[in-house]
Design a protein around this ligand. Sequence first.
Ligand SMILES: *Cc1c(COP(=O)(O)O)cnc(C)c1O
Length: 224
Amino acid sequence: MMQTIQENLQHVQAQLPEGVALVAVSKFHPHERLMEAYEAGQRVFGESHEREMTEKHEVLPADIEWHFIGHLQTNKVKYIAPYVGMIDAVDSLRLLREIEKQAARCQRVIPVLLELHIAQEATKYGLTLDDCRQLLADGEWRSMTHVSIQGLMMMASFTDDHEQIRREFLTAKAFFDEVKHDYFADDDHFRIRSWGMSDDFPIAVECGSTMVRVGTSIFGPREY
Ligand SMILES: *Cc1c(COP(=O)(O)O)cnc(C)c1O
């Protein structure tokens, strides 16, 4: 028998230690299903398409915190800047600059995460560790008063090899510690480690994740 969304949410929540936030990834799911999660107490939702997220934002309750978790094209930033709660997957300086520009226009400070590319798949977006080091060393971000860099995000390789997944998460964790030490030691906002999805979030939590992004285990399979 199908579990309800409320039961699924509880099942996921029960596996998260205190202090680990849950982003309910609702992409491709209709409003009614999001509302089921909302009524069960969930307030943070993740979407990966600008139009879809904006439409949902317009009709669903105003206290939902919307995370943009996908690859964001610079020309789409302006549509989400007025309301987005966090942009989880910043993968270039160019995108960061555009977020700064649009956030300034809205007189907001937008929280962001830098997305790392650690997985083996060539298709995944994100900064290599060296790209990320370079972006931070370059220092332009320090002058961006309308973005708040609050941590790192990454996706592990799509594989059944748990040891490999674990290695990738631990690489991300070590890199977080490095960057925290080198650039954000005095910045309490820089504390988010976003890794872990339906198939691997228990491993991610063991490897220091503080924010998991879970879709299928809550809402069931997506219908594209
Ligand atoms: C779709 C997506 C998720 C959720 O994936 P599930 O396997 O359904 O939990 C998490 N993070 C990102 C970046 C995604 O695009």
